[in-house]
Design a protein around this ligand. Structure first.
Ligand SMILES: NC(=O)c1ccc[n+]([C@@H]2O[C@H](COP(=O)([O-])OP(=O)(O)OC[C@H]3O[C@@H](n4cnc5c(N)ncnc54)[C@H](O)[C@@H]3O)[C@@H](O)[C@H]2O)c1
Length: 272
């Protein structure tokens, strides 16, 4: 008798809200069993419960991504619950403002710890399971990693580093059949982005902004990397940004009364 079909298992960091939650939703819809992790245990569990109510098999876990021991605990729980892992999605991230001069050491270390060290620890911890499944990694970057703007110094540095990490992992594990790619969102309406925009001059965000990407669309892009065609792709960056990377604001993101977007105005980016 053949083995019963087992649904693939995916783990998403920062899945308590925003883009991570959208990715978890898309993966569940595509038939994955999903481990939703977040440093906020309450939102991780609540998001997992919502997907479970919709019929998905889920596990909600607390995970601070910069803590290697926390990753070890999560791996033990995933192994005990699902027996393996097919896809790791590093979505947890922070987007602090600051220039070369205004960024202090504490902010630099925090940004790099969450946005860059976190994904590395996750990949390192789950490598044995990814080797066994010949699985994949998707890192959530940003269009800004390759098209920087003033006032996002530690953020852009961390995400550009994450692109390097993505390509390095892709190269090191080609023979193991493990793929590693980056999905780079443009501008997405999330709870975190609303807080940031309110602080930096757009209290009414997302009003007046056209062509925002949704968290579910980022999720669909991640799902692509689990398809047969997507499994042939590694070391790549997939921009889901309505053209923002190729044409900067692409003439699409502005308030109706403005000739150009305030988002790209360094004075606004720097205002705190
Ligand atoms: N929203 C956008 O426009 C946008 C654009 C480009 C890239 N991104 C990237 O997408 C990712 C998600 O962004 P979002 O807008 O959904 O943010 P968000 O703030 O709405 O959600 C981020 C989630 O990650 C969790 N998190 C933060 N730090 C963590 C840590 N140290 N350990 C574990 N969990 C942690 C938070 O608790 C939260 O649930 C980030 O990596 C961000 O850089 C967002």
């Amino acid at each position: 008798m053949s083995e019963p079909f087992k649904r693939p298992v995916a783990l998403v960091t920062g899945a308590g809200q925003g883009i991570g939650q959208g990715i978890a939703r898309a993966l569940a819809k595509a038939g994955h069993r999903v481990v939703l992790t977040d440093r906020n245990a309450e939102t991780a569990l609540a998001s997992a419960a919502v997907l479970a109510d919709g019929g998905a098999e889920t596990l909600g876990l607390h995970l601070e991504v910069s803590d290697s021991q926390a990753w070890e605990r999560v791996r033990a729980e995933v192994e005990a619950c699902f027996g393996g892992l097919d896809l790791l999605v590093n979505s947890a991230g922070i987007s602090p403002r600051g220039t070369v001069e205004t960024t202090d050491e504490a902010l630099w270390e925090l940004t790099l710890a969450v946005n860059l060290k976190g994904p590395w620890l996750g990949i390192k911890t789950f490598l044995p399971l990814l080797r066994a499944s010949r699985g994949g990694v998707v890192n959530i970057g940003t269009t800004r990693a390759t098209r920087p703007m003033p006032g996002l110094f530690s953020y852009i540095t961390s995400k550009a580093g994450l692109l390097g990490l993505t390509q390095q992992v892709a190269v090191e594990y080609i023979d193991a059949g493990i793929t590693c790619n980056m999905v780079a969102p443009g501008w997405v309406d999330t709870p975190g982005e609303r807080v940031l925009q309110a602080k930096h001059g757009r209290p009414d965000f997302p009003n007046g902004v056209r062509n925002l990407t949704t968290s579910d669309e980022i999720g669909d892009a991640v799902v692509f990397f689990t398809t047969p065609a997507g499994r042939k792709v590694t070391g790549q960056i997939l921009y889901i940004d309505s053209g923002m990377h190729v044409a900067d604001d692409a003439g699409m993101i502005y308030l109706p009364h403005e000739s150009r977007t305030r988002y790209h105005d360094p004075e606004v980016a720097l205002r705190s």
